[in-house]
Design a protein around this ligand. Sequence first.
Ligand code: PGA
Length: 225
Amino acid sequence: MKRKLIVANWKSHKKLNEVKEWFEKFSELVKMKAENQVVVAVSDVFVFEAKKLIEEFGVDQFVSLAVQDISPFPFGAYTGAVSAQMVKRVVEWAIVGHSERRRYFHETSQDVMNKVDQLVEVGIKPIVCVDKDYAKQQLSLIDEKITELVVAYEPLEAIGSGTPEKPEEAEKVLEQIKAMREGVLVLYGGSINESNAGEYLESFDGLLVGGASLDPKKFWGVCNA
Ligand code: PGA
């Protein structure tokens, strides 16, 4: 069976001591059984600490890190921005274009495209989020030459609502995305938990998990669904 990509998106949650506790508990579990590839998107301020914890607990072959966003600019006079060069040694992945970024921070698809370019330049793999109604437009802006791209399909009403989109509905969008970008990996995200994860893993290449990733045991359950 092909390994799936399971991405935890912690959003703006957890303090430093909770980050430590999470990695400690998750490491114990993941060492028992690790069939899929696990990525954890922590807050930027914890990314270096998280890298150390992964090494300390000896799980670097199972778990890698992501940032939840990245600057659309390189190094320079951009106050408050975290550029791709700053984190390239510690993260393998970056989530970009999450609907919460688009909604609360007014990010446009042009911004997302610029972020993807910055990531690709330093070798961080982009996980680009798209939603149902605009998936085509959101994806069409991304350079066709970028092949190491992961697309996360997240229907807006499914995010954090406790009601995921029905697998058969989500699969329709999956097919559209695959038809647009051959060979791309597509994740499903939106109200995934231990009990429903398996249904989506039958067709999708992986999952983007918010709420259910905050508890190490629940997230491990999702990883092994
Ligand atoms: P949720 O969030 O799993 O809490 O619905 C998913 C996401 O927004 O990535």
